[in-house]
Design a binder for this molecule. Structure first.
Ligand code: PXL
Length: 291
């Protein structure tokens, strides 16, 4: 069985980060090895949040793994608890690459959404993500994070995309954004969860995949409900597990987008409060069954 190290925070409430990634990666028959970057009472959209940093322990944690000679098939990185964690994560990646040159590094630069940084996120987090991007085989920013990493104006791209009537025009916008992203990472990039409307006025979610050779693909799903916390974590966990099991980027993206759409629809139907994320627990069997 493949082994995925998942470097992310552990939030007690709200179905984000490790709380959703552990069960999902396991359901996809990949061993999930968590590395907490911080421990929080809940994700940060809740009013009261107690946080315990893990920065001071991260070095010892990786050191013990190194001394035991553990080897991973993949490393998924998400939310950083502190802007001083990234050098330890880079060292871990470099050591793993030396032991297993085929290790796949997936970076979800969790920092922001809908044009705004999450609470406690700063310019220094952007720099930390830029430094980790150098090691990624795949990055999965949302549009806000993609704009922050490349110094593009988020509102400007959002409006331009809204005004594009055809995919050819959208392709030009994405080519320029992707070209900037390919300057910061050697890997493929998926810009996730872009809201749009089709010609019939129906809302859709668009994921744009840019392979390392510049091939650009649009992967669309109907928008099944409001955006919810943790859906980016769900998406990156599915993609990572699928990649380790040999699925290509396009198919992995399609499966992840389908499952996120299903989980959002399910949560809307059951009136799950948006802040509680997606109710995915009773859907896991769909994930195990999918190819
Ligand atoms: O799902 C992204 C995320 C991860 N971790 C923490 C968060 C958020 C989004 O708000 O607060 C702690």
């Amino acid at each position: 069985m493949k082994k995925l190290a998942v470097i992310n925070d552990l939030s007690g409430i709200g179905r984000s980060s490790l709380s959703i990634q552990l069960p999902v990666v396991s359901a996809l028959s990949v061993t999930c090895c968590p590395v907490p970057t911080a421990i929080l009472s809940s994700h940060t959209a809740y009013k009261e949040v107690a946080t315990v940093g893990f920065k001071d322990h991260l070095g010892d944690f990786f050191d013990a793994w190194r001394k035991n000679g553990f080897i991973f098939d993949g490393i998924l990185i998400g939310y950083l608890g502190d802007t001083e964690e990234h050098p330890m994560i880079s060292d871990f990646i470099k050591d793993q690459k030396a032991r297993n040159p085929g290790v796949k590094v997936i970076l979800d630069p969790v920092m922001a959404d809908n044009g705004n940084l999450y609470r406690n996120m700063t310019e220094k987090h952007i720099e930390a993500m830029l430094s980790l991007a150098k090691y990624a085989d795949l990055m999965t920013p949302n549009l806000t994070e993609a704009a922050l990493l490349t110094d593009f104006d988020y509102e400007g791209i959002r409006k331009t995309l809204e005004d594009c009537r055809h995919d050819a025009a959208k392709g030009m916008v994405f080519n320029s954004l992707m070209s900037a992203l390919h300057h910061i990472t050697p890997g493929a990039v998926i810009v996730t969860g872009i809201e749009e409307e089709n010609e019939a006025g129906q809302k859709q979610l668009l994921n744009v995949l840019s392979e390392t050779d510049g091939d650009l693909r649009f992967i669309r799903n109907p928008r099944t409900g409001n955006g919810r916390p943790g859906t980016g974590d769900l998406f990156s966990a599915i993609i990572s597990a699928k990649l380790l099991n040999g699925t290509d980027h396009g198919k992995a993206c399609r499966s992840a987008a389908d499952f996120v759409g299903l989980a959002i629809k399910h949560s809307e139907e059951l009136n799950v409060p948006v802040i509680e994320g997606v109710q995915f627990e009773d859907l896991l069997r769909h994930l195990s069954d999918s190819d």
